[in-house]
Design a protein around this ligand. Structure first.
Ligand SMILES: N[C@@H](CCC(=O)N[C@@H](CSC=O)C(=O)NCC(=O)O)C(=O)O
Length: 280
């Protein structure tokens, strides 16, 4: 697997870099960003995989979250993939809507035309990307996964389905129950078809009901988030976790909205949470 460097910027004595490569899972060229802390010049470091939300690329988190100072202090690399396949021949929403198609891959493997030829973000994040990162960069195999909104859904579902691959999961404002909200229902019907049984494998609440593993989960949710009641519904996750006695910490943060201003306010706590489990 070859990768092409397309940018390098020194930051907090480490490096932020962007790369492009041909993805076998997605059947197109993909871009990702990596932050390598200063410790990576001397030793292999653990990795936090960050999954962004609707409309994002690899750039939103790296430019807006303010995560690099603490990542440099702790010695944790951060990898941020794009949120969907892109390029010539990749299907997009017919009406140009932001919640389907480009920028809206929902971290699943699509089974329906026209999506199924490229939209395999689940396979990309779970297998291809870590393999590529571990081949090309000074990282060890201790991994954590986090994300925002659609990316929070991705982090929860991928972490819950692959507990042996990650040490910890965290999310900001995640879509916790996509089978019961408009964003999730629209995406799943297009990507997975009308059979709702096929949707359950990508729903964090459903997965939490059935998981035996107990990977620690931290969630922060703003109380002034305009998507809170219609799309995010954190109480559904609290209820299942409570019934399962699952180690979930879900904090309602007063006055915060859905933006990166919110993420920037609590990203240090998430990095410290992951660091504790990555180095336990
Ligand atoms: N209507 C908005 C919706 C897009 C939006 O709010 N995207 C969020 C993630 S929402 C859930 O996945 C986001 O992270 N935006 C990028 C950013 O840098 O803030 C719109 O299209 O503007």
């Amino acid at each position: 697997m070859t990768i092409e460097n397309i940018s390098s910027n020194k930051s907090f004595e480490g490096w932020h870099k962007q790369y492009q490569h041909q993805s076998s899972s997605l059947n197109c060229a993909m871009r990702f960003a990596i932050y390598l802390p200063p410790q990576a010049s001397e030793q292999k470091v653990p990795v936090l995989y960050w999954l962004s939300g609707l409309t994002c690329t690899d750039e939103n988190f790296m430019q807006k979250a303010g995560a690099m100072r603490m990542a440099a202090e702790l010695g944790v690399a951060i990898v941020a993939p794009d949120t969907s396949p892109r390029g010539v021949g990749v299907a997009d929403a017919a009406d140009g809507s932001y919640d389907l198609g480009l920028g809206a891959g929902f971290y699943l493997n699509a089974t329906q035309a026209p999506w199924k030829s490229h939209y395999h973000m689940y396979d990309y994040v779970v297998n291809e990307l870590p393999e590529l990162i571990e081949q090309h960069f000074p990282v060890n195999t201790k991994r954590a996964i986090a994300g925002h909104s659609m990316g929070g859904h991705g982090a929860l579902t991928i972490g819950l389905r692959n507990p042996e691959r990650y040490q910890s999961i965290s999310a900001f404002s995640p879509i916790v129950n996509p089978i019961n909200c408009p964003w999730g229902q629209k995406a799943f019907e297009h990507y997975l078809g009308k059979n709702r049984d096929e949707w359950l494998q990508y729903d964090a609440c459903e997965l939490l009901k059935n998981t035996k593993a107990k990977l620690p989960i931290l969630v922060d949710q703003g109380t002034s988030d305009s998507f809170l009641d219609e799309q995010l519904k954190p109480q559904a996750l609290i209820d299942v976790a409570s019934a399962q006695q699952y180690p979930l910490t879900l904090r309602m943060q007063a006055g915060y909205d859905h933006s990166y201003y919110f993420i920037a306010s609590f990203i240090e706590a998430h990095l410290k949470f992951h660091f504790k489990h990555l180095t336990a």
